[in-house]
Design a protein. Structure first.
Length: 193
């Protein structure tokens, strides 16, 4: 019998859940078993609050449905009981301590964030956690299992209905979201998505 390879546990910062295309791709990959996401209700509240503030045409009911679907895709994603760690942590922005606390509690190896300067490597290494930009994180997932990643990307692109996207439009969306390295990998496999 081949031993099971442990799936990477990654805590998702609110900033990577804000762009809908990135949020959807991250959750699609989780549904395909590419990694195991972790989120807190505080992180959900933060990305939802920011989306509502910037998008008057989006309702809290729509985003609450999205939150519920995310929690359903990865039933073990919600982290609780991390609050006890917060006061002991030191980060450049004290408001980010809850993210690191949740990552510690969840046993996450990675915090996926656009805000790398908010999570200094020297601080996170003490806890065995690495901060990664979503482009680096997703590119690593692609490199680890290209066929699985491409199946998830195909499923993700097929789910886009408003508006639907061609293969090249999908790649352009990845680039526009700051996923330039991933876009190169996906574009090289355009016929698979």
């Amino acid at each position: 019998m081949i031993p099971a390879v442990p799936v990477t546990i990654a805590l998702l910062d609110a900033c990577v859940l804000y762009p809908p295309s990135l949020r959807d791709l991250l959750m699609r990959l989780a549904s395909f078993g590419a990694y195991s996401p972790r989120i807190t209700e505080d992180i959900h509240a933060e990305w939802i609050r920011n989306v509502l503030a910037d998008n008057p045409n989006v309702t809290s009911g729509q985003l609450d449905r999205t939150r519920r679907l995310m929690n359903h895709v990865a039933p073990d994603c919600l982290v609780s009981g991390y609050e006890e760690y917060i006061s002991r942590l030191s980060l450049p922005d004290a408001a980010d301590r809850h993210v690191l606390a949740a990552a510690i509690k969840a046993g996450a190896a990675i915090i996926v964030t656009f805000n790398l300067s908010d999570f200094p490597m020297t601080t996170l290494l003490e806890y065995g956690i690495e901060p990664l930009h979503p482009d680096i994180f997703l590119s690593a997932l692609f490199d680890d299992e290209p066929s699985l990643f491409l199946q998830a990307a195909l499923s993700h692109r097929a789910s886009l209905k408003k508006p639907p996207k061609t293969e090249m439009e999908y790649v352009q969306t990845l680039r526009a979201t700051g996923l330039t390295e991933l876009a190169v990998r996906v574009e090289a496999n355009l016929s698979s998505i």
